[in-house]
Write a protein that binds this ligand. Structure first.
Ligand code: PLP
Length: 410
């Protein structure tokens, strides 16, 4: 018997295929605006100096590679919870909030998905349209009913009214996933006034928010980016938050993150954490230790923390200046107004508003790679080549639109 005869091939991750196509491209002026990692002026994804120093210190001081507990490194989870919720957060001081360490933000989302599926049976989850594609598959694969609320429409504008109207129709008790800042893939974030309105609907419909916080420090600053998370944590007794240290600590491959839970009281938090530990045991047993130890070392040391905050500020400011630079370079082509949203968006990503046909032309004619949806990783822009990029965009925007025969790489 051929046991694997029925196994069929699933298409690869479109962003990974884009990376492969980029690598194979021999054009000397090629530009990768596809994959979602921060890049410095040399086009590299750097290891922050604070991380290197923490690693040196760990090399000297680490005495064991024994397992860490199911909830992870207690110093890491304690310090990360404060970074996310704020040092004086009431849920933390009342011992009704806690964090479980996970393999990255993805692991936190997967653990949240299993928790919802098994402990809150019947609850569906609502995702923004569009959202990070992995959200779709994580929750669907975990067996949840996945639905969508409008966020950015075909006109490439944030549509808060449509979002609120849809949230107002969500069945009571369902889970709504919100991006804390630096919305992936669009770069369009809610204003503080919008967040207050979302909170009112969440309360009125008795929804459970799951806030995905993957870019703390990449939007407006470490504290500023946590504003909505803390608003919700102060206003609601129950909340789920997924936090990732991949981007802000540059620890992508170390798989470092956490699922934070705010519960009505300590007893309930203990119940929930017992379930999370059980589920995590079945998913990955115990989380990887190294990245969490690095983060804990940095956050526990004032000098290292100050260095890390500086480096994070530098990354954020670099992306902001690339946004401004691109819009300025588009000005002589009469396109500054059309692309003004690029400098208003936050985080690494921009929904440029370029069509799949235009994205395809950029790739084929200019070796400029972005995701088929028109999402560009702004951090991938080379500041010495603003002109070249602006000119290519101007050419594809001037060309007549054709209907794409085959699907885009998205
Ligand atoms: C919106 C969003 N959530 C979560 C993640 C997960 O990050 P990681 O698993 O790499 O920590 C990402 C990473 O790209 C993301 O963009």
């Amino acid at each position: 018997m051929n046991h694997f005869a029925s196994v069929t091939r699933v298409p690869g991750d479109p962003i990974l295929s884009l990376m492969e196509a980029y690598r194979a491209d021999s054009h000397p002026g090629k530009l990768d605006l596809g994959v979602g990692v921060y890049k410095d002026a040399q086009g590299l994804t750097p290891i922050p100096k604070a991380v290197k120093l923490a690693e040196q210190s760990l090399l000297e001081t680490e005495t064991s590679k024994g397992y860490i507990g199911g909830h992870g490194d207690p110093l890491f989870t304690q310090l990360l919870a404060k970074l996310v919720l704020g040092t004086d957060n009431q849920a933390l001081t009342e011992l009704r909030a806690g964090a479980t360490q996970t393999p990255g933000g993805t692991g936190a989302l997967r653990l949240a998905a299993d928790f919802i599926r098994h402990q809150l049976p019947g609850r569906g989850i609502w995702l923004s349209d569009p959202t990070w594609p992995i959200h779709e598959s994580i929750f669907a694969e975990a067996g949840l009913r996945v639905s969508h609320y409008p966020y950015v429409g075909p006109d490439n504008c944030l549509n808060v009214e449509a979002m609120l109207a849809a949230l107002n129709q969500i069945p009571q008790g369902d889970v709504v996933l919100l991006h804390a800042c630096c919305h992936n893939p669009t770069g369009f974030d809610l204003s503080q006034a919008d967040w207050l309105r979302v909170l009112e609907v969440v309360k009125a419909r008795e929804l459970l928010p799951l806030i995905d916080f993957a870019y703390q420090g990449f939007g407006d600053g470490l504290e500023q980016d946590a504003w909505a998370v803390r608003l919700f944590a102060d206003a609601l007794p129950e909340l789920l938050i997924t936090s990732s240290c991949s981007k802000n600590f540059g620890l992508y491959r170390e798989r470092t993150g956490a699922l934070l839970v705010c519960a009505a009281n300590t007893e309930k938090l203990i119940d929930i954490r017992s379930q999370l530990a059980f589920m995590a045991r079945n998913l990955w047993s115990t989380p990887p230790a190294h990245g969490a130890a690095v983060v804990a070392t940095i956050l526990a040391n004032d000098d290292l923390k100050a260095l890390w905050v500086d480096e994070l500020n530098h990354m954020r400011q670099r992306v902001a200046s690339l946004r401004e630079g691109l819009v300025a370079a588009l000005e002589p082509h009469g396109l500054a107004e059309r692309f003004a949203h690029i400098s208003q968006q936050r985080g690494m990503f921009s929904y440029t508003g370029l069509s799949p046909t235009q994205v395809k032309r950029l790739r084929e004619d200019f070796s400029i790679y972005m995701v088929g949806s028109g999402r560009a990783n702004v951090a991938g822009i080379d500041a010495l080549r603003f002109e070249q990029l602006a000119q290519a965009i101007a050419i594809v925007c001037a060309a007549p639109e054709t209907i794409m025969e085959s699907g885009s790489m998205d």
